[in-house]
Write a protein that binds this ligand. Sequence first.
Ligand code: MOS
Length: 750
Amino acid sequence: MTHEYGFVGSTPHIRHGSNSGQPLTRREGVLKVTGAARYAADCYPEGMLYAVIAESTIARGLVTSLSLGAAKAHAGVVEVMTPENRPPLAADPNVRPNPFMMRLDVLQNNVVRFARQPVAVVIGETFEAATEGAMLLAPRYQAELPRIDLDNAESFVPKVIRVASPPEQGTGDIEAGLAAGATHVDVRYETPDQYHNPMEPHAVVAVWEGDRLSIDMPTQNPAFTRSQLAYMFGLPAENISIRSPLVGGGFGGKGMLTGPTVLGILAARLVNRPVKLVLRRDQMYGPVGHRAATRQRLRLSMDGDGRLTALSHDTLTATSSFDEFIEPAGDASHVLYASPAVSVTHRAVRQDQGTPIFMRAPGEAPGSAALESAIDELAWSRRIDPLDFRLRNYSEVEPLHHMPFSSKELRECYAQGAERFGWSKRPLEPRQMRDDRGFLVGWGMGTATFPAITFQAAARAVLQSDGTGIIEIGSADMGQGSLTALAQIGADSLGLDVEQIEFRAGTSDLPDGGIEGASAHTATAGSAISSAGADAIAKLAALATVDQNSPLFGAGNTGLIARGGRLFRRDDESRSESYAEILARAGTSAVEGNGKCGPNPAAQSYSMHSHGAVFAEVKVDPDLGQIRVTRLVGAFAAGRVINPRMVRSQYYGGMIWGLSFALQEEAVIDRRTGLVVNADLAEYRIPVNADVPSLEAIIVEEHDPHVNALGTKGVGEIGITGTVGAIANAIWHATGVRVRRFPIRIEDIM
Ligand code: MOS
């Protein structure tokens, strides 16, 4: 492939890229694997103190006393921050000025609203001193029994605040559709509380200099975090600088400003010295978000030909007692299957837990787990092959709004995945296959889907007189290699090789690259970078085409192509000039381009989603009930692929998360205290290498002219969505037992 920029008049548009499409390794990969990568918690500014949070061991009630004297008597303790001496904030942490802020617990009073809520912050000369000081505080409480019981809930959120989805969506007459079918399924699925467990916990190193604030912290969203902090602290945003060059995993949990970050900054304010605050692993299980449990009822009906007449998906989930985040589990149900009647509802109950938040494939992960299992149940009720059933009910347009899809190569995903997996050899009946050890073998499948959206972002691109370029964008990289992909897009946008550009990112001082989240970042930041590069090239072209001494003189109307550090006349490629020559003759050292991305207006006319099909093989020990996933094949279509290595790695990661969801992850809550009892990586089970089977991810080619200027969709979250159902369906196929509660355990199938 060659890179070309086409110009018609002054409007550039992207043709191809020579950098995009290459399987480059991560830019920071060597740093990471050699241990040289420096994360926020690795920063040690001069004079730094350590802050450690003392957290509540009850979930509801009041803190009646803290042993301040004991903590302060500790030799290494410098100060203890409590509601009494906590420096003021400019904004009420209980008010949420926009849906992308959480209501925060930052020592505003002695009321406890969830377990592990911060009740004080101890600041010490060493981490050990601060930790010991925090233990010495020994809070006393006036405790009440926490309200945590989704299955016997009494108080519902009176008005669902729209975070991700409207509370009710539908089309057609659902009751008539349910009555019209010849076969029905009415089932309830359960998913548990799940907690983000990035390798790197939340951390902040804060340095105040007068009213200027300098911060090292991992965030998915440096610029937005800066504006949130500016709001909380009543500072102009320019006074705050956030560096987030490396993020050790985020998964949605580092997308929003959380209380502990604010507390670390307040602690630095209180003692007027640099302060580091890093959460312990168990402190991640409260104040920084989680995925709430769900109870989902699915009612499906189909006619005698195996076509859906109704699809109804009702979700009950939980939010905190003081904030609103609703896991939109039903969202998958108005995309995938053609049904004349669709109904999707979401309700939430208030519980004495920390506020839930976005977590990898929010909505679609638990929602598709239930939907894809229920679809399997319906297909089996008439002995229809699950893939055949999905093809019979393939949605040619988005069922809810009857909008066309901007692109949808799902048929091809089904075909390529099924072929690779060997699906055609699957017996229809369960319990038909055994391996040579006598283990039961089952095959199942699930459909994957995730929306393709773009947010707002800005970027800057510079062409320099030595022929090299600079790309600047304030984005962070959670670890998936997105900055590598963005550098490829940036190089393409400037008609240079990726080695010829300096790529600057990971700080709030650069143009706002938007949130790295919602599987939207490469498309969002990439579009901004692309348009910035195009702007720089257009400015360079303007210098050449008006210059009588340039071989490109007068080419403004015929168009130019940027490639390999040169501009070529489109109508006569023998006439060209290097960037360096153009800039030298113009007597300028550089040209700068600026670009933006915003929500795509085409989203009003097209439904935009990534799609995929996942096929799973499980083996079950008939005597012990032990379940092993032995094979996963996913085929995904997500538009144009910028870096196939990173894309495949995202699919692998998603499928592994799906395995985790299906068989392992669950936060177990002590109903008396509200504490998650398995708040560590030993007992909050996530897959290790030995749990992960043979994985294959097939990249299905897809051309999307509408989704955005780059034609690329998200790949980060979709891998989870088809996999959970595929594994559950494979377990049914192996054992004949249908389990409707995740994670699926040995005792469920014995
Ligand atoms: Mo995501 S839930 O935006 O990592």
